[in-house]
Design a binder for this molecule. Sequence first.
Ligand code: AMP
Ligand code: MG
Length: 484
Amino acid sequence: MHQDSVRIEHRYLELPDSFYTRVKPTPLRDGKLVCFNHELAEIMGFHTESPEDWTAVGEGRELLEGMDPVAMKYTGHQFGVYNPELGDGRGLLLWETVGPDGQHWDWHLKGAGTTPYSRFGDGRAVLRSTVREYLCSEAMQALGIPTTRALFMISARDPVQRESIETAATLVRVAQTHIRFGHFEFAAYHEGEEALRTLIDHTIALHFPELIPVPDDDRYRLWLEEVVARTGRLIAQWQAVGFCHGVMNSDNMSIIGDTFDYGPYAFLDDFDAGHICNHSDQGGRYAYNQQPQIGFINCQYLARALAPVMDEDDLRRALRRYETAYNDSFLANMRAKLGLAIAEHDDIELIMETFNLLHEFRVDFTRFFRGLSTLPSRGEAPVRDLFVDRSVADAWLARYQTRLSRETRSDDEREAAMCRVNPKYVLRNYLAQQVIQEAQNGDYEPMQKLLKVLKRPFDEQPEHEEYAALPPDWGKHLNISCSS
Ligand code: AMP
Ligand code: MG
């Protein structure tokens, strides 16, 4: 099924045995391949004429030569509390492939049955959450935000008990690595210094090769600085598109800075800075406006785990990178969203005023910034119409126009640049909800159609205007279950 140019590896197995357990998938019944990412398969070096050939692998019924499935062991902080019992409870790392371009891909079969790390879980993933992960990882990729990817998904008939009885599905998720912050916490707190060093050296050798030539004394510090900086930049990107992750536990933080483990996430519609998208998060620990701080706390958890093998000063120095990486990236993203090519000292004030305005009047985040982007060609109506009280919009627009008057780009240039950073189409929760309902009825056309639109989020796509609409009343503030 793959081209000769694909190489098979499985370098995770080079880690000590304690980092994984070999587990065979528990097969599902009557699986159907319902979504296949042809574009990605092509990049990875796989033929795609008959994606159905992958059904048996996706069901967990068949392993290809070279697949050696393992459940990874990790631990982590969940809602601030350390949990030593974590690990792949329902996913298995199958193998690693290397595409014609030299890019490495870890394959993870999510929903493959129980493992020694399943605790009370059934090892399954339901169709609903599998569709959500598929859609969002591809939407994030198209937005230019680092993320794991979705290669294909299978739906099956096996019943799965959640709040109600649902059906099982699996997702083959691919990424450069599935190593998380929690892997380092496991190594440090349960395996000792040597295992911790082995894990760090492995991670650097595979995923940060540019640091290999750095002298031993500096390598770990520079590596941690890079991880911290990537994490800060990632979260700045989330904030700039109004993305709320929902479960920022340290076991859901990728060591290479990918958006990882899509659960009860949301793209904000009516902007609410304190929005909590995970209904089990009663205290709002992972609310939208907490994400930057939580990203830092996760970096602190990582740094604490590295303490046995790094100087206190180096850890502190590396952690300091977070604030600058986040702030610089957030400011750059927001300037771009507002169309400001010339940096002015008090731009941050305009940015904060804008957030306050959106919050106070619960303005649709995506439509507001898209509306600003098209001011030259479409005028003020798309922005003004988002406000019940138009005079509020007018006051803000007047202030904004004053700031724009000091810009030197032509209106056309600015419009084109802003349309490249302010998406017209994002994965609103109600859109996901609609295609999930259709998928549960066996119709995957709506999901395919939505995916196609989300793959070009910055293009006008006038024929798909309905996907850019404000959510209908039933689609606002949907209560997204965190069960998956
Ligand atoms: P999550 O909140 O999805 O990141 O999962 C947290 C932990 O629970 C991880 O160790 C998962 O592998 C495990 N887990 C989640 N759902 C299940 C399930 N249905 N069966 C077994 N383990 C699960
Ligand atoms: Mg997880």
